[in-house]
Design a protein around this ligand. Sequence first.
Ligand code: NDP
Ligand code: 2IT
Length: 447
Amino acid sequence: MFKTKYVEKVYTDLVAKNKNETEFLQAALEILESLEPYVQKHPELEQKKLLERFLEPERFVQFKVVWTDDKGEFQVNRGYRVQYNSAIGPYKGGIRFHPSVNASIIKFLGLEQTLKNSLTSLPMGGGKGGSDFDPKGKSDTEIMRFCQSFMTELYRHIGPDTDVPAGDIGVGAREVAYMFGQYKRIKNEFTGVLTGKGLSFGGSLARKEATGYGLCYFTNEALKTLLNTDFNGKTVVVSGSGNVAIYANQKATQLGGKVVAMSDSNGYVYDPNGIDLDVIKQIKEVERGRISEYANRVKGAEYHEGSKNIWNVKCDIALPCATQNELDLDAAKTLVKNGVIAVCEGANMPSTLEAAKYFVENKVVFGPAKAANAGGVATSGLEMTQNSNRLSWSFEEVDAKLQGIMVNIFKNAHAKAVEQGNKFDLITGANIAGFEKVCDAMLAQGI
Ligand code: NDP
Ligand code: 2IT
């Protein structure tokens, strides 16, 4: 698996220390494999135990969240915040509310976030948080009470110059607003302590769209450079139907692609005429309903049970935008057999290690998550800048900066991939490009 004794030992020790944390170990393994050539060139990393220090989170907080539901019954959930790395800036990263959330998932997301934030070129360290709270089926007042209770503990660990959370799965504008209100009430301070805020209280224009739009800007640039083509006339499949998926669909369509399938955790819809995004937005953003409803409302559309089967739909471009490990080796083989030319990750670690390697081996344009979906956190960084300066930029201004950042991320990852001898290996490219800056800053700052 490894060519260097040092890297192998780091991984073996990591496995021993973090048994059963499968997602965390998966993310770490991918990173360590990519960093081997860099480590070989820099013997001081072994001497200073830089990899061990990089992989160990600076701080990991777990806490109790008690709240009452609408029937007046007490409910207990578990909250987390990992403050992974602050070498290049305050901790920054989203909060996820989903029943699957555990320490392994929070740590894999925090580790990925550290390199992702470095890739944006903005001064942000890596963090991530969340809870095993399930927002599905909860009333608005239950969501509010949960968010308030969550923040009643979290507030002591965060701050605009310390750690700045945002949204992720199950946390959108509504939840960020409730958490912001509670932070402000407790601290008596109106600061940019969270991003993804509403536009009336310090949110940035284009933050809502940023991850999905950024994903398509990255994909378009990669298609141009590696295959001399673009979105125009391409058939696209987007998994998920949340924040990232909806705005990935919108931008892919604006760039001339036709999105024929989207999903949620129950199943997927196929619409040969191209998904009508207004219907998806109505079902998902307004009614918070299930995607199966789409087939009842749009003529010619079909609903299929089982979200993973979405990868059987023939397409040129696949954009996995739902969750980790939603695309395995079998799905990768099917996509390649059906002629896919690009797979770019809107979700965090949606492809298994085997699937990602299969894409690279088969010269598919593969955009790894930490590079391809960095537009969300990059725009969060722009929201922080606007908040510090107490001003707000126009949509066009933010969107133009986002485009510049995504093109730059592609170019940096691509340059490192070329340096390592395979222009299609953006996994290695992104990991090395992201790590270099964090590593330099850690070395410079001493222990
Ligand atoms: P949302 O909560 O808005 O949407 C999540 C979507 O993924 C829903 O369609 C959901 O379906 C589906 N999904 C969630 N869990 C599962 C699962 N276990 N199996 C199948 N489908 C699932 O979240 P986001 O759009 O914000 O996040 C999607 C992905 O993008 C995540 O991996 C997140 O970490 C990543 N990301 C998000 C960013 C952001 O700015 N929001 C930035 C960068 C990355 P259902 O409704 O049925 O649960
Ligand atoms: O995974 C991610 O990059 C996010 N969920 C966005 C984080 C942020 O701070 O905007």
